[in-house]
Ligand binder design. Structure first.
Ligand SMILES: [Ca+2]
Ligand SMILES: [Ca+2]
Length: 324
């Protein structure tokens, strides 16, 4: 592996493709006109070995020096080695064990400086579920590298310039909501929108109120018939995302009141209390108490239970940044 560092410890999806979150992903930006960034050049790493293959767009070039597809029967490591050039000058070379089912390099303008970014997307598949993005961007005379955590399908959105200002958005969702208060299929994470600026993915979620409102509305549709006396199964999981989404929209109080009127007091998923070491230390009195503690843990709320204006939603998505 060329990258070190611990992967973020949220529950990974190890089975069943998501149904609801994928649908949600289609809703998020479906009604907004967007500039979909078509790759300027692309190369896929699949079943065939590659040697000295290049893709170029403007001044940016990726050279696949060596790629051997994973061979699960042979049970020996295979490697990918690639190098990046800008204006014909060598920038960096990376060699890593092939730990993915398939991957691609694409060259796209994620910002308006005219030097295309390199997006290396690998999909680990199988037991590891996830998409991992590595983005290389020329910034002055340095190459800036951004690495995401493994993101499952509902959190691994594509790049699009949603508001047309020349800086692309990465449309994602907060993966920490999966399994927190229900199964994967009933987990509806709040939106995360990150904008690519200066080589970094910056949290701009709150600048996209229409998208947040569309998501909140789908969550509302899923829970409006639920009441504490006659609850809908899975309501608590959707309501966790709903309250978080409403916090981001500046509507925490109405979101909380809605949750109180629609939650399921008979569902104990997520009510066990753990300490920082992951040991069980007790049980929350009820779902609202567990939800408040969860939202404080994730920094949606401050320690005194107020909406946190400094919540940075790039943190559950971006694992590592480096200037090379
Ligand atoms: Ca650029
Ligand atoms: Ca933009």
């Amino acid at each position: 592996m060329i990258f070190s560092g611990l992967f973020y410890q949220y529950p990974m999806v190890k089975f069943a493709l998501p149904q609801v979150p994928l649908l949600l992903g289609g809703i998020i930006f479906g009604s907004v006109s967007t500039a979909i960034a078509a790759p300027l050049a692309e190369i896929n790493l699949g079943d065939m070995p590659l040697r000295n293959q290049e893709i170029t767009a403007g001044p940016t070039q990726v050279r696949i020096i060596e790629f051997e597809p994973a061979n699960y029967a042979a049970d020996e490591p295979r490697y990918l080695t690639y190098a990046i050039y800008v204006d014909g000058e060598f920038q960096t070379q990376a060699r890593q064990e092939v730990d993915f089912r398939f991957a691609s390099f694409s060259l796209e303008n994620l910002d308006p400086d005219g030097v295309p970014e390199v997006i290396f997307h690998r999909y680990t598949g199988g037991a590891h579920c996830c998409s991992i993005y590595t983005i290389y961007s020329s910034q002055g005379d340095r190459l800036h590298r951004t690495l995401t955590y493994p993101l499952d399908a509902a959190a691994a959105g594509a790049f699009e310039d949603v508001d047309g200002d020349g800086y692309s958005e990465f449309q994602s969702a907060d993966p920490r909501f999966f399994y927190a208060f229900g199964s994967y299929a009933s987990s509806w994470p709040p939106a995360v929108v990150l904008t690519f600026r200066g080589g970094s993915l910056i949290d701009t979620t709150r600048q996209f109120p229409d998208q947040m409102r569309a998501i909140a509305y789908t969550m509302y549709e899923q829970t409006r018939d639920s009441t504490p006396a006659d609850p809908t199964p899975g309501a608590n999981s959707v309501l966790a995302g709903y309250v978080a989404q409403k916090i981001l929209m500046g509507e925490y109080e109405s979101g909380w009141d809605y949750m109180l009127a629609h939650y399921d007091p008979t569902d104990d998923w997520g009510l066990t209390e753990y300490n920082a070491a992951g040991e069980e230390v007790g049980t929350f009195a009820d779902y609202p108490a567990a939800l408040e503690a969860f939202l404080i843990d994730l920094n949606y709320l401050t320690r005194d239970g107020k909406p946190n204006p400094y919540l940075d939603l790039s943190r559950p998505i971006v694992e590592q940044e480096a200037l090379l």
